[in-house]
Design a protein around this ligand. Structure first.
Ligand code: UDP
Length: 255
């Protein structure tokens, strides 16, 4: 691997300078964190699987006209993406009560919500990513009203599409989180595009029949079978790497 400048290292990914201006390489690690870094660990093969799963979902979303930062997968752990200015808001879309929503309103986990609920969280580790309203977002200038309109419309389209896609492989899309970025075209135009990743790290996915959790909640709550859950999602989507589970370690060393 060539020596590349490291632009940013996050919890589960590293961003390197890309081969051309305006591109980045997104490297997927096996590291996992939960509860704002209070719990850390590794999930063997997660990076390889999330690279594949996110590629698959971003390509499918691109095919229905959702603009994304994804360009192409480069190898087992890396993908080429367009460089964007990340909007510091996590957009969560929920279909079924779980996680922090169930806790906040004392809802039974698994309750179907009367309609999809969209929430915004301000990305700030030191504040534990607080829940914020559109008022906070526009008043503090994290996003403009136009950005927000675009983010909301895209998040709802992504939810509708992914709900159907996962249902097709007997998975219930309980909730998920997405991030958006501003992509500046050479002519100066700006578009809001889907960025970051979509994977079992950022979605809650339950088996449609048994409600078995097949996502990061297995790691968060020490449910066991974490690696197997990520593999199962990839398997159902028909995208397990060629060598199957034995081929999941992939290159570990970077730089
Ligand atoms: N989520 C995420 N990153 C975060 C927080 C949440 O990807 O920093 C995802 C999480 O996996 C779930 C959805 O967003 O699919 C809603 O999460 P929730 O607010 O319930 O938070 P959690 O229970 O993870 O604290």
């Amino acid at each position: 691997m060539s020596r590349r400048r490291r632009i940013y290292e996050g919890k589960a990914k590293i961003l390197f300078e890309g081969p051309e201006p305006g591109t980045l390489v997104q490297y997927f690690k096996d590291d996992a964190t939960a509860f704002n870094h209070k719990k850390t660990g590794t999930i063997t093969g997660k990076g390889v699987l999330n690279n594949r799963i996110s590629e698959y979902l971003m390509v499918k979303l691109g095919e229905i006209g959702v603009p994304t930062h994804f360009v192409r997968r480069l190898n087992m752990r890396e993908q080429l993406v367009r460089e964007v200015e990340i909007i510091p808001i996590e957009v969560a879309v929920r279909n079924v009560a779980a996680g922090s929503l169930a806790k906040r309103f004392n809802l039974t986990e698994g309750m179907q919500l009367p309609r999809s609920i969209v929430e915004y969280y301000y990305k700030a580790d030191e504040l534990d990513d607080p829940l914020v309203s559109e008022e906070h977002i526009t008043a503090f200038g994290w996003a403009t009203p136009q950005d927000l309109d675009d983010m909301l419309a895209l998040a709802l389209r992504i939810n509708d599409f992914l709900t159907g896609l996962f249902l097709g492989v007997n998975l219930k899309l309980v909730d998920f989180k997405v991030e958006f970025g501003r992509l500046y075209e050479e002519n100066g135009d700006m578009r809001v595009v889907l960025a970051d990743e979509i994977s079992p790290d950022s979605c809650r996915l339950w088996d449609i029949e048994t409600n078995k959790k097949l996502d990061k909640d297995r790691f968060r709550h020490d449910l066991g079978g974490v690696e197997e859950a990520y593999q199962e999602v990839a398997r159902r989507l028909g995208i397990l790497p060629e060598g199957g589970p034995t081929d999941l370690k992939g290159p570990e060393m970077v730089q």
